[in-house]
Ligand binder design. Structure first.
Ligand code: ADP
Length: 249
């Protein structure tokens, strides 16, 4: 795999990296900010050799993707394990952003903007016949100029291959039919409850101050029947229409 990478040009020169502060904890190791050839970067370290193999898979997916709403891979480094180098998203993950900024920053226009950003990134993935399988606000990062970008392609699969291997899917963010195929599970009772409630038709109510048109869109995305849910390209059109209305257009 190492040889493949160096031939492909995605292997970076570790001597050109200036490592900075720790900015986050991933499942498999710390994330640092840094500088590579004058560019601000994030460096994700993967401690364990076994998982490094799995991350090469994530990296392979990422090398083929380029879009303004997907976190951009710059390359990898092999030094006491695998290091994944991406563009630095200075405002961190979207969950933290939403929780820590006040309503004056996180206003309805900004929320709609984030929704559109994510949707456009996903529309691009959809056009490549890729499914992300772990889309959630914790896997969306915010850039310095407040653009939201989808990250964490670790579970991404080409559509035709995405049948089995559902053991670690995020229950609350996964469509009911995708959860159903699971053969056995050691998931907690509360997750089981969520699963049963969603299958039984339960849906969350509208957030405070949410425009009814937007809530209708959410409900559309939560339709029990998959083919009734909008594809990302359709969803983007609908979100753009809403954004147009709110900016007075
Ligand atoms: P894992 O998928 O292994 O859990 P993440 O990729 O989600 O790890 O990274 C963990 C945290 O590190 C993120 O929630 C985010 O706060 C921070 N982080 C990751 N990548 C970047 C990046 N490119 N720019 C800025 N912060 C990042």
């Amino acid at each position: 795999a190492e040889l493949e990478l160096s031939k492909s040009g995605w292997l970076l020169d570790i001597t050109k990296l200036k490592l900075g502060e720790n900015i986050g904890e991933g499942e498999f190791g710390a994330v640092y900010e840094g500088e590579y050839l004058g560019q601000q970067v994030a460096v994700k370290t993967i401690k364990c050799d076994v998982t490094a193999q799995a991350f090469l898979q994530e990296t392979t997916v990422m090398t083929k993707l380029q879009h303004k709403n997907l976190v951009r891979l710059l390359g990898v480094m092999l030094h006491k394990g695998l290091h994944i180098v991406t563009e630095l998203m200075t405002k961190g993950n979207l969950v933290n952003f939403l929780r820590t900024r006040g309503r004056s920053v996180v206003n309805s226009a900004q929320l709609l903007h984030f929704a559109l950003d994510v949707c456009e990134g996903m529309e691009y993935l959809e056009s490549k016949k890729l499914i992300h399988r772990d889309l959630a606000a914790r896997n969306v990062l915010v850039s310095d100029d407040s653009v939201a970008k989808v990250s964490d392609f670790g579970l991404t699969k080409v559509v035709s291959k995405a049948k089995s291997d559902n053991a670690k899917l995020p229950v609350k963010w996964t469509a009911p039919e995708a959860l159903k195929k699971e053969k056995f599970s050691t998931k907690s009772d509360s997750l089981k409850e969520v699963k049963e409630m969603v299958e039984g038709g339960y849906r969350m109510e509208a957030p405070e101050d949410c425009p009814p048109a937007l809530y209708s869109l959410m409900r559309l995305c939560w339709e029990q029947e998959p083919r009734r849910r909008p594809a990302f390209n359709k969803l983007r059109e609908k979100l753009e229409r809403e954004a147009g209305k709110h900016s007075g257009g």
